[in-house]
Design a protein around this ligand. Structure first.
Ligand code: SAH
Length: 236
């Protein structure tokens, strides 16, 4: 936790917060902070700055906060991710949140196991927990939005064209002939397949929508590896 993220509910007045639970434990046991120490804090979807510890007990901590710094620039990438298995989804959400992606569409695909859509991890509160872990790591405050799209065809036909807008749209597909472009100075929409890959019908549908298949080369990477590599190659 390189930044303690604050919710509206934490504020007892405009410059004071009261924390308990996971954040209190982290501050006491990992950061080993005590009264008078100053920590980095940030308000969810707001500014970041410092928090000075005013009081500390086993149950709660009070800080005086000064918030005056903007969060890091978001990554100009909208991510479409074929819903991965829950364990992988957790890791991917944390890492893309750390990397600055702000729009994430979890989409269906023929090779997505149907049971994944029933995972408790897809509840808004659970998704938020993972995203917050990523933001705390990267000292960001802007919470990414996650959209669930359990029906591939209507999503691609009815919603995707507007989502793509004027961005460059790419499908990461190991079998593609075009190598992944580097350092684009452009808004990007990027589609990542499931563990088994997109089926040809899905690739065609996405191509009809304007997506261009790109490859990272002959090595087939796990989704959790492919995603950070693609994000860092595509952006300046
Ligand atoms: N079995 C599938 C690979 C799936 S890997 C196949 O052979 O096509 C899961 C996803 O990670 C892929 O759909 C793709 O979006 C991404 N990915 C993994 N390795 C990649 C590579 N070398 N190039 C481009 N995308 C890759």
């Amino acid at each position: 936790m390189n930044l303690i993220l604050l919710n509206n509910d934490d504020f007892t007045d405009p410059t004071r917060v009261r924390l308990s639970g996971r954040r209190l434990e982290h501050i006491v046991n990992i950061q080993r902070a005590s009264i008078g120490d100053t920590l980095r804090v940030g308000e969810i979807n707001g500014l970041s700055g410092t928090g000075k510890i005013l009081s500390l007990s086993n149950e709660e901590l009070e800080m005086e906060v000064q918030l005056d710094q903007s969060p890091p620039e978001p990554l100009p990438i909208t991510l479409l991710l074929a819903l991965p298995r829950p364990k992988m989804l957790k890791r991917v959400l944390q890492s893309v949140s750390s990397l600055g992606v702000k729009q994430i569409y979890l989409i269906n695909s023929y090779r997505v196991d149907k049971s994944f859509w029933g995972s408790p991890l897809l509840q808004p509160e659970k998704l938020r927990e993972q995203l917050i872990l990523g933001l705390e790591q990267a000292r960001d405050t802007l919470l990414p939005e996650v959209h669930l799209q359990p029906r591939f065809k209507p999503f691609v036909e009815d919603e995707l064209p507007e989502i793509i807008g004027k961005s460059d749209a790419y499908i990461a597909h190991p079998g593609a002939t075009m190598p992944c472009p580097k350092a684009l100075d452009q808004e990007i929409t990027l589609a990542i397949g499931p563990e088994g890959g997109f089926i040809p019908y899905e690739v065609e549908k996405l191509q009809t929508c304007g997506f261009v298949p790109i490859t990272l080369g002959e090595r087939i990477l796990r989704v959790e590896t492919a995603v950070p590599v693609l994000l860092s190659r595509l952006t300046p």
